[in-house]
Every structure is written in structure tokens, then in C-alpha cells.
Design a protein around this ligand. Structure first.
Ligand code: PAF
Length: 286
């Protein structure tokens, strides 16, 4: 695997169609699963490793976000990446850079309501990276459900001609969705954090038993959350419109445990209602 520190090094190293995995580094098994999906079709796999300042708000964790290029290189290479693109901030945002992508109303809801400007920062850096990398397809985790929906929308709206692929969330044995931010959690906080997947699972179990009332499902989720400073817990249609009990839905949650912001979600499908609960199997339920 080649580590490219500039777009020219990147271009010199790429061959054939590119599958692209954009990341902010601090790679873990969730990223490795994205890379494996990228590699599965035999394309040239480029992983970007760039902590994007424009998607962090004031007082958020940009300064302390974990950075470990050597560790990232090991994980990326083992998972099948061909190129790890780790640009300097001046390459992504040169001094005369002045464009911002406004992804529209969805960017103001859910996480966007709590992180003003966040999705504009994400969309802007991802489209810039698309321009620099030139992928045929790009792979994102479904843990960031709203991000995936927004990037799909932006890619369609701007006719970028890039296939957007969503990959299922990878979880630890206790059910917690893998996230680079889990590294911030103390042992005590971690035991509070697992109430997030537990809440999703409780709601999914009720759904599997036939509960379709959105208010009741949300309340079941709320009741299972303990010690999480909740930002939102919302049931939506899978395209993030209004919940319709007859159609597939997604239950999304965001909150803080201590100073760590965590998000998670679970898809509920009326044609396979028991499938959701099995997405989160944790030791405590065994
Ligand atoms: O999901 C992430 O890690 C980031 O939001 C992304 C897509 C790499 C953009 O910085």
C-alpha cells in the first residue's frame, strides 16, 4: 500500500477504476469493513485520511480528534487498501478556497439541528475529495445514516456519476456501534453508552412483536436510555421523511455520554420485522 501525501502522489499511484473510502482516520474495524467492501470488486481502493476542520463546530473535538497515521496505515493495508491518501489541510483548503456546498433542508434536521454547518462541511470536503480522487464509487458506513442520505442526495443533485454504497454498522460485543470517538469513553461512561444500542434493540423487539405506534416505539427507546444526555431519538421513514407504519423506517438516536457525542440507528422493516432486533446482539442479551 502506498501512502500518498499529495494529490499528485495519489494520481501517480492510481490505476483503473477507483473505489473510495473517505475517512477522518482513527481507523477501526468499522472502517476495515468499508475497505473490504471497496476491495471486493477488484478496483483500486483509495482511503482518505483527513480530519476535516470545516465539519467541526466551535467547542467540538477537532483539536483532540484521535490522529494515528501509522496505525491507520496498518489497518487500511490489512483490509485491502492500495493507497492511503493523507493530504495536508492546505491541499484540501488552499488559501483561495471559497466554495461551500449547502446540502439543503435535510442538513438542518436531526444531527444538523444540533451541529449547525456540520453537513455543509461534510458535503464540501467529500465533493472536493471526489474531485481529487476521481472515484467510480464511494463507500460510507450506515452508522452515519443522515450523512449517507445527504451525500447520496448531493451526488444525485450535482450529477457526479459516483455510485454511493452504504455498509452495515459494525458493533462491539456489548452492542456499541464502533466509532473513533468511543476512545474518549471512560469505563464508567462506556457502560452508560451501551444503553444506546440497548434502547434501539428494545424498540426493535417491540416492533418485531407488532408494535407500530411511533410514539410508543420512541417511548420504549427513551425508557431504556440511562445516563445519556439525549439530543434526539426519532422514528423516520428510511428516506428521513415522516414515519409511516406500513413502510420501512429508521429509529435514529444522538446524545452525549459525558463529553462524548454518540449516534446510532436501526432500520425497522415491516416485511422482515424480526431482522432489526438481531442487528444488535449483545452479550447481555445472550
Ligand atoms: O464520516 C466521516 O468520517 C466524515 O464525515 C467524512 C465522510 C470522511 C468527511 O470528512
Amino acid at each position: 500500500m502506498i501512502i500518498a501525501r499529495s494529490a499528485s502522489e495519489l494520481r501517480a499511484a492510481t490505476t483503473g477504476p477507483i473505489s473510495f473510502v473517505p475517512t477522518m482516520g482513527a481507523l477501526h474495524a468499522g472502517h476495515a469493513s468499508l475497505i473490504r467492501v471497496a476491495a471486493a470488486d477488484g478496483s483500486c481502493v483509495v482511503v482518505s485520511d483527513f480530519v476535516n476542520p470545516s465539519q467541526f463546530g466551535e467547542g467540538e473535538d477537532f483539536e483532540i480528534y484521535p490522529r494515528d497515521l501509522d496505525g491507520d496505515a496498518t489497518i487500511a493495508e490489512q483490509a485491502g487498501a492500495h493507497i492511503l491518501y493523507a493530504p495536508d489541510v492546505s491541499e484540501i483548503y488552499p488559501p483561495d478556497f471559497s466554495t461551500t456546498i449547502d446540502p439543503g433542508p435535510l442538513a438542518q434536521e436531526l444531527c444538523g439541528a444540533h451541529r449547525p454547518g456540520h453537513f455543509a462541511g461534510v458535503a464540501t470536503v467529500v465533493v472536493r475529495l471526489f474531485g481529487l480522487v476521481g472515484p467510480r464509487r464511494a463507500i460510507f458506513g450506515r452508522k452515519d445514516y443522515q450523512q449517507l442520505a445527504i451525500l447520496q442526495h448531493v451526488t444525485n443533485d450535482l450529477a457526479l456519476g459516483i455510485e454511493i454504497v452504504g455498509v452495515p454498522t459494525v458493533r462491539d460485543a456489548d452492542g456499541l456501534a464502533l466509532s473513533s470517538r468511543n476512545a474518549y469513553l471512560s469505563a464508567a461512561e462506556r457502560s452508560l453508552a451501551v444503553t444506546i444500542p440497548r434502547a434501539l434493540r428494545h424498540a426493535a423487539e417491540a416492533y418485531a412483536e407488532g408494535q407500530r405506534n411511533g410514539g410508543v416505539l420512541a417511548e420504549i427507546g427513551h425508557n431504556a436510555l440511562d445516563g445519556v444526555a439525549l439530543e434526539y431519538l426519532e422514528l423516520r421513514s428510511t428516506d428521513l421523511g415522516f414515519y409511516d407504519p406500513n413502510l420501512p423506517a429508521v429509529l435514529l438516536v444522538a446524545g452525549h455520554v459525558g463529553t462524548t457525542r454518540l449516534i446510532d440507528n436501526i432500520v425497522l422493516d415491516p416485511t422482515a420485522p424480526e431482522r432489526a432486533a438481531t442487528q444488535i446482539s449483545t452479550k447481555e442479551y445472550a
